[in-house]
Design a binder for this molecule. Structure first.
Ligand code: NAD
Length: 403
């Protein structure tokens, strides 16, 4: 019988890789995603497949789902330290209401559900490496609390549904996952280093000895599928058992790209303590271990990022005069981006002070309808997914420029 799998957040980085792997094994796959993280090129590939369907939906709103399901994988969540620090409300909503709605679908359909948590549940760990039995060191009102508590709630609610409603839940705790398919606008460490090196820039690494566990996306997806096939409740760590110092990662990326340079500062950190998983449980319960060498994974990521960067438009923003007080000393704003949404995400990530002008109270980008492409005024392009190529100028609507 054909497997029927629903993947929340299925249009994202891990989600598109997972959906592709599930299609490869003959499954019928539905991705439920609000596309808040943009539209990845890999999504267009998936949409060409007749066993794939995208349902554009915000999972914090209950989803009326009646079709039988073999399994649900719940990935939908905002991500990235900078983004989640600035958007704690939508992050907590995805982890709480979004998780309940995903669990309800699995409960009604009597389906296995794998819920994707994060190594952030360990906070600033005082134990190295972290086994699943370590309960963490988090601050419920700290800067990362929106994300950490969202994931801790996800785990608690998954466990509650298992205990009280007998739902077949499984919790995965990923560490850093990287690989092809990350957007150049992704601010996470591997993508950010690759983009900087490709631009020939200096990679400034404060705290080069800080250690991260970097897991190649194909390895991670194999672990997710093994968890989906098992009945294990978890939580189970999935990550590289051996950590990589950030300074060494920067040097590897620069050597692989063939341009850029590395400057290290002795102090500072990258936002977060060393996190390295103990992966004994994944090996013992799922028979899983990562197999991709870091050099190979970085090569594949860099090659893909080079293509993505080349395909991006050079975007210039017309800075409305009403913003000049918000951005003192910033006469010009420009970036490279592949879509209207990606450019606006860059703008709100880089200048959080603009967020109230560009984001709805729910943290969604508001439509930006007055777009000038190559000097031609193309009106009514209110789609965030509108692809950008060449030299582009984005101009704010008078209402958004605000007074
Ligand atoms: N990539 C990593 O290194 C990593 C590490 C730890 C945990 N995780 C977890 O893995 C999951 C996937 O991460 P990713 O790297 O693919 O991120 P991603 O941003 O590429 O994918 C997340 C997807 O969820 C969607 N989404 C967000 N909020 C939503 C909502 N309310 N309703 C519907 N869709 C929504 C986004 O549009 C996006 O497509 C997340 O839950 C994340 O917390 C990832």
């Amino acid at each position: 019988m054909t497997e029927q799998i629903l993947v929340t957040g299925g249009a994202g980085f891990i989600g598109t890789h997972l959906c592709a792997a599930l299609l490869d094994r003959g499954a019928q796959v539905t991705a439920v995603d609000n596309l808040s993280a943009g539209r990845l090129p890999a999504l267009a590939e998936l949409q060409r497949h007749d066993r794939f369907r995208l349902v554009e939906h915000d999972i914090t709103v209950p989803l009326d789902w009646e079709a039988p399901l073999t399994a649900v994988v719940h990935l939908a969540s905002p991500i990235g330290p900078a983004y989640v620090r600035d958007h704690p409300v939508s992050t907590l909503m995805a982890g709480s209401a979004g998780t309940v709605n995903a669990l309800e679908i699995a409960r009604r359909q009597r389906a296995r559900i794998v819920l994707v948590s994060s190594a952030e549940v360990y906070g600033d760990p005082t134990v190295q490496p972290q086994p699943e039995t370590y309960t963490g060191n988090t601050d419920p009102v700290g800067p990362m609390s929106g994300y950490q508590e969202a994931k801790r709630f996800l785990e608690a609610m998954a466990t509650a549904y298992r205990r009280e409603y007998d739902v077949n839940t499984g919790i995965i705790r990923p560490f850093n996952v990287y690989g092809p398919g990350m957007l150049p606008s992704d601010r996470r460490v591997v993508a950010a280093f690759a983009v900087q090196a490709l631009a020939g820039q200096e990679l400034v690494v404060n705290g080069p000895d800080a250690v991260r566990s970097l897991c190649y996306v194909d390895d991670f997806v194999a672990g997710l599928i093994a968890m989906m096939e098992s009945h294990a409740p978890g939580p189970v760590n999935l990550g590289a058992g051996e950590g990589t110092a950030i300074g060494d990662l920067a040097k590897l990326v620069v050597a692989t790209v063939g341009s850029g340079s590395v400057r290290t500062g002795a102090t500072g950190n990258l936002g977060g303590a060393a996190r390295c998983p103990d992966i004994t449980l994944a090996r013992d319960t799922l028979g899983w271990k990562p197999t991709t060498a870091l050099e190979h994974g970085i090569r594949a990521t860099v090659d893909d990022m080079r293509t993505a960067v080349d395909a991006q438009a050079t975007v210039r923003f017309d800075v409305p005069s009403a913003w000049t007080t918000l951005l003192p000393g910033t006469p010009e704003l420009h970036c490279r981006a592949a879509s209207v949404g990606a450019a606006l995400h860059w703008l709100t990530d880089t200048y959080p002070v603009l967020a109230p002008r560009l984001l709805s109270p729910q943290g969604q980008l508001v439509p930006w309808t007055n777009v000038y492409l190559d000097q031609d005024n193309v009106r009514d392009l209110n789609g965030m997914d509108t692809a950008l190529t060449g030299e582009v100028t984005l101009t704010a609507l008078p209402a958004m420029a605000g007074g």
